[in-house]
Design a protein around this ligand. Structure first.
Ligand code: UDP
Length: 480
């Protein structure tokens, strides 16, 4: 690359699943708005999920593009439909990526940590391309995870349900062993052939980019940088780069329902009266868990939009009866609820004034999207680092109530109906019932929404961090 004044060329290499692919595409688009030249590296199949929004950016004059890696005849990634589990092997992309980098030598490559082979492959090229890592998470859950790993506080409790405090953090954060990833417990106890730590330490990266903003988790940002020694640029919430209805309606995937019918339904509702329920791009709930949710929602008496993604099918069984008799007819007739089977336009829904609560599995993106929309939450973590995120929402930010799930579950095991209908009803009433506690949570959530918006505006903390990274990459260029 040549002179210091030409825009920096940044490659983005997203993973192939919803919760990782979506934010990294948004991030590339956000860097384009900052004047960088981003190229998104993907396969022809995965480009289909986001090429329309890139085209719109190009039409508005942004220098962003997509580069599709060509795979040998007969070799391909599995069809992921936005729901690729973190274990999906993408290593068939290694050779085409290597060749591309050798030919093009961009100013940096931002890669998802779920491409587990990518760090070594890029470093081993020996051509000094700064490698920046994206792992999908915020600073808070990383600090929690790192200190569990460093101090092993779970080894000091006798039972799976006895709370232990995570040492050395700015706040008192407690978890139970039952809420920790099984793979971690097994691994720390010496390993038993079960799944191992998902990431080996990555010491050679240039730094990490984080989809978060300083004001959300400032003490943890400091801790992450100073105590844990990470170079980090916080550039989020990246979802806020989606300004038009088209981008919001087709983010990740085309929604399973026409967005106008959702908006019409929401327009007919009072402000803050509707609850939105979603478990993200990956969760496969058991039919009997869905049944408990349906009963809980119905007896809470509040209006709702409920996204039901893939349903877990036990071997040899059908979906089962996951709705109480007559449920759909009743909610349709009373206009009390809407069920979306498949994929919802989450940003459009969350940002609507009628939406006053979000039942979330606490995926990092959903957490941040709830914050950016100023909506308080019912937290229902299931897997990955979602139990840590729950603590941020309920115990640190105080913008949510826990549904009360205590059981961490792996993506790959058969799910159970871990949370009963009474718990669902109680949590929904607490959040949507208009009491003092809920009003205060809503006030705090609104405050955070304003901070999130300011962070990505000119002069805001995330805006400055994005510019700082661009400038640093520019300064690294060798004079001609
Ligand atoms: N999402 C969506 N519609 C859906 C389900 C998910 O738009 O019906 C988006 C959601 O807005 C978020 C991402 O998919 O950006 C899910 O990421 P998150 O980190 O919340 O959870 P994960 O899917 O990784 O478990």
């Amino acid at each position: 690359m040549d002179s210091k004044s030409s825009p920096v060329e940044m490659f983005f290499f997203p993973f192939v699943g919803g919760g990782h692919q979506i934010p990294l595409i948004d991030m590339a688009r956000m860097f384009a708005a900052h004047g960088a030249i981003p190229t998104i590296i993907t396969t022809p199949k995965h480009a289909l999920y986001f090429q329309k929004s890139i085209l719109r950016d190009q039409q508005s004059g942004r220098a962003i593009s997509i580069h599709t890696l060509q795979l040998p005849e007969g070799v391909d990634l599995p069809e992921t439909n936005m729901s690729a589990p973190p274990s999906t092997d993408t290593s068939m992309l290694l050779e085409p990526l290597r060749n591309l980098l050798l030919q093009t030598r961009p100013d940096c490559i931002v890669h998802d940590s779920f491409h587990r082979w990518a760090a070594d492959a890029i470093d081993n090229l020996g051509i000094g391309i700064p490698r920046i890592v994206f792992n999908g998470n915020g600073c808070f859950p990383r600090c929690v995870q790192e200190n569990i790993h460093r101090f092993k506080p779970h080894e000091k409790v006798d039972s799976d349900y006895e709370p232990f405090q995570i040492p050395d953090l700015p706040d008192r954060i407690e978890l139970t062993k039952s809420q920790l990833p099984m793979f971690r417990i097994r691994h720390m106890n010496g390993g038993d052939g079960g799944p191992k730590r998902m990431h080996k330490p990555d010491e050679k990266n240039f730094g990490v980019v984080v989809n978060s903003f300083y004001e959300l988790e400032s003490t943890y940002v400091e801790y992450f940088k100073k105590e844990l020694g990470n170079r980090a640029w916080l550039v989020g919430p990246v979802s806020l780069c989606n300004r038009g209805v088209d981008d919001k309606a087709e983010r990740g995937r085309k929604a399973s329902i026409d967005e106008q019918s959702i908006l019409n339904w929401l327009n007919s509702k009072e402000p803050n009266s509707v609850l939105y329920i979603s478990f993200g791009s990956l969760a496969r709930l058991a039919p009997d868990q869905l049944l408990e949710i349906a009963y809980g929602l119905e007896s809470s008496g509040h209006s709702f939009i409920w996204v039901v993604g893939e349903i877990f099918k036990s071997e040899g069984k059908t979906d089962g009866n996951w709705l109480p008799a007559g449920f759909e007819e009743r909610i349709k007739e009373s206009k009390r609820g809407m069920i979306i089977r498949g994929w919802a336009p989450q940003l459009l829904i969350l940002e609507h004034a009628a939406v006053g609560g979000f039942v979330t599995h606490c995926g990092w993106n959903s957490t941040l999207e709830g914050v950016s929309a100023g909506v308080p939450m019912v937290t229902w973590p299931i897997t990955a680092e979602q139990f840590s995120n729950e603590k941020l929402i309920t115990d640190v930010l105080k913008i949510g109530v826990k549904v009360g799930n205590l059981e961490w579950a792996s993506w790959s095991t058969e799910p159970t109906a871990a949370v009963g209908r009474e718990k669902v009803e109680v949590a929904v009433r607490r959040l949507m019932g208009g009491g003092e506690e809920a009003t205060e949570m809503r006030r705090k959530a609104r405050e955070l929404r304003e901070k999130a918006k300011r962070a990505v505006e000119d002069g805001g903390s995330s805006y400055k961090d994005a510019d700082a990274l661009i400038q640093e990459l520019n300064a690294r260029r060798k004079p001609e």
